[in-house]
Design a protein around this ligand. Structure first.
Ligand code: AMP
Length: 230
């Protein structure tokens, strides 16, 4: 399974990617998580990335491509991977294509999560994440059992600095300007498949699985996926 999860902030890409990691043993490669970890650890990468992230802007392409190329070579990614939050620009998408071609492991499908901006902004505003294991919660519809503590590892659960409403708006603007062109890029390659991000966790999981494993699910161009291109 080699997938890209595409869509604006707050549509549920990370939550679904974690489910796929748990249930299918594929690597969840979240560039946002990698950068946040670098910030926590105070590395040079973290210091470089922080100011961009706090503003809701993108970290430069060359930095991001290097990180992902290295991450894709790790042992856990050999069983399959889900790229969550990468690529976010056309140059990133083009570099990724080269890297994967060299590895002989092209992406099988790009899953585009559709959700209206108001709902996505609301979800981001309520999102909480675990500082230790990265588990994702939501104060409105998926709160941790004990306030402030992760159900899984007991780590501290906190609101991301860039999930404040004004930064979330900026991130959506950045998505529209720099990332939305990737929809056409992957549509032209016949790889883009839409899913409705409004669905509940399990329904969305099943919809993605049907697209990720067309050989065991419905054919790619079935009516279950009217938005599918290609
Ligand atoms: P995310 O957790 O995917 O929402 O990413 C959080 C922040 O990390 C983004 O707002 C960017 O500042 C930075 N970031 C993550 N992935 C990328 C990427 N592929 N290219 C540039 N910046 C990124």
């Amino acid at each position: 399974m080699r997938l890209i999860f595409l869509g604006p902030p707050g549509v549920g890409k990370g939550t679904q990617a974690k489910l796929f990691q748990e249930r299918h043993g594929v690597a969840h490669i979240s560039t946002g998580d990698i950068l946040r970890e670098a910030i926590e650890q105070g590395t040079a990468l973290g210091r470089q990335a922080r100011s961009y992230m706090d503003r809701g802007d993108l970290v430069p392409d060359d930095v991001m491509v290097g990180i992902v190329a290295e991450r894709l070579r790790q042992p856990d990614a050999q069983r399959g991977f889900i790229l969550d939050g990468f690529p976010r620009t056309l140059p990133q998408a083009e570099s990724l294509e080269c890297v994967l071609q060299e590895m002989g492991r092209p992406v099988e499908a790009v899953i585009y999560f559709e959700l209206d901006e108001e709902t996505a902004v609301r979800r981001s505003a309520g999102r909480l994440i675990c500082r230790r294991c990265g588990a994702i919660y939501n104060v409105d519809h998926r709160p941790p059992r004990v306030a402030g503590a992760c159900d899984i590892c007991g780590g501290e659960v906190f609101q991301r600095e860039d999930d404040r409403p004004e930064v979330v708006r900026r991130r959506h603007q950045v998505y529209r300007d720099q990332t939305a062109p990737l929809e056409a890029f992957y549509r032209a390659r016949g790889a883009l498949h839409r899913v409705d991000g409004k669905q509940g966790l399990e329904a969305l999981y099943r919809a993605i699985l049907a697209l990720a494993k067309p050989q065991v699910g419905a054919p790619k161009a079935s009516s279950a996926n009217p938005g599918a291109a290609g």
